[in-house]
Ligand binder design. Structure first.
Ligand SMILES: O=C(CO)[C@H](O)[C@H](O)COP(=O)(O)O
Ligand SMILES: [Fe+2]
Length: 216
C-alpha cells in the first residue's frame, strides 16, 4: 500500500485556513494533520476545538489531530465533537495513557500515541491492542521547519517489528521532505506528516507528489 501523506496546517496561511485545507485536499493529500499546542507541554500555542470546527466543512478527508497538550484527557470529547477522526495523545503528557486511549475509542474515534524523540518505544507495549497509530516525532515538538533527527529511523524500524501483524499505522512527523522521505518509508513509516515541505511553494500538488515519490 502506498504511503499516506498528511500535510500539517501549522505551515498554512492561518488567515485563510479553510481555503488552505481545501487546497491541500484538492492537491491530493490523504489526511489533514492538525497540530494543537498548549504553550505548556510545548513552547508554542496554536488553536483548539473552535478553529477545528470552523475548518471541518472545507474537506471530507480525515482530520488527524495531534494533541501536544498536558493534560489531554479532559479535552478529548471537545476535539471529537469539533470533527477529529483520529486523536493522538503524547505518552509523555499522560500519566494514564491506557485510560486516554480507551476514552478516545469510546468516543468512536481512532486513537494514536505519540513519542517524543527521547522516548523509547516500549512505553506503548501495553496499549498496542487498543491503538490505531503510533506517531514517531522526528523533531522535538513545538515548531515546524526543524531538521529531521536521524536517530528516529531506528525507532521506526523497531516499532515496525513490535507491531507486526497488527493494523497500526506508523506516522512520522517533523522535518520530512522529498529528500529524506524515502528513508523514512524504508524504515517502516506508513504515514508521513509534512508541513514546510508541502506549504513551501503554492504548488501543493507537486510538493505532495515529490514526497510521495521520494527515492534515494
Ligand atoms: O507536530 C509538529 C511540530 O510539533 C508538526 O506536525 C511538524 O513539525 C510538521 O512540520 P515540519 O514538516 O515543517 O517539520
Ligand atoms: Fe504534528
Amino acid at each position: 500500500m502506498s504511503v499516506l501523506i498528511a500535510p500539517s496546517i501549522l505551515s498554512a496561511d492561518f488567515a485563510q485556513l479553510g481555503a488552505e485545507v481545501k487546497a491541500i485536499d484538492e492537491a491530493g493529500c490523504d489526511w489533514i494533520h492538525i497540530d494543537v499546542m498548549d504553550g505548556h507541554f510545548v513552547p508554542n500555542l496554536t488553536f483548539g476545538p473552535p478553529v477545528i470546527k470552523a475548518i471541518r466543512p472545507w474537506t471530507k478527508k480525515v482530520f488527524d489531530v495531534h494533541l501536544m497538550i498536558d493534560p489531554a484527557q479532559p479535552y478529548l470529547e471537545d476535539y471529537a465533537k469539533a470533527g477529529a477522526d483520529l486523536i493522538t495523545v503524547h505518552a509523555e503528557a499522560d500519566k494514564h495513557l491506557h485510560r486516554s486511549v480507551q476514552a478516545i475509542k469510546a468516543l468512536g474515534k481512532k486513537a494514536g500515541v505519540s513519542l517524543n524523540p527521547h522516548t523509547p518505544e516500549n512505553v506503548i507495549e501495553y496499549v498496542l491492542d487498543s491503538i490505531d497509530m503510533v506517531l514517531v516525532m522526528s523533531v522535538n515538538p513545538g515548531f515546524g521547519g526543524q531538521s529531521f533527527i536521524d536517530s528516529q529511523l531506528e525507532k521506526i524500524a523497531r516499532i515496525k517489528r513490535m507491531i507486526a501483524g497488527r493494523a497500526i499505522d506508523i506516522q512520522v512527523d517533523g522535518g520530512v521532505t522529498a529528500d529524506n522521505a524515502w528513508k523514512v518509508m524504508e524504515a517502516g513509516a506508513t504515514c508521513l506528516v509534512a508541513g514546510s515541505a508541502v506549504f513551501k511553494t503554492k504548488d501543493y500538488a507537486a510538493n505532495i507528489a515529490a514526497i510521495r515519490n521520494s527515492k534515494g
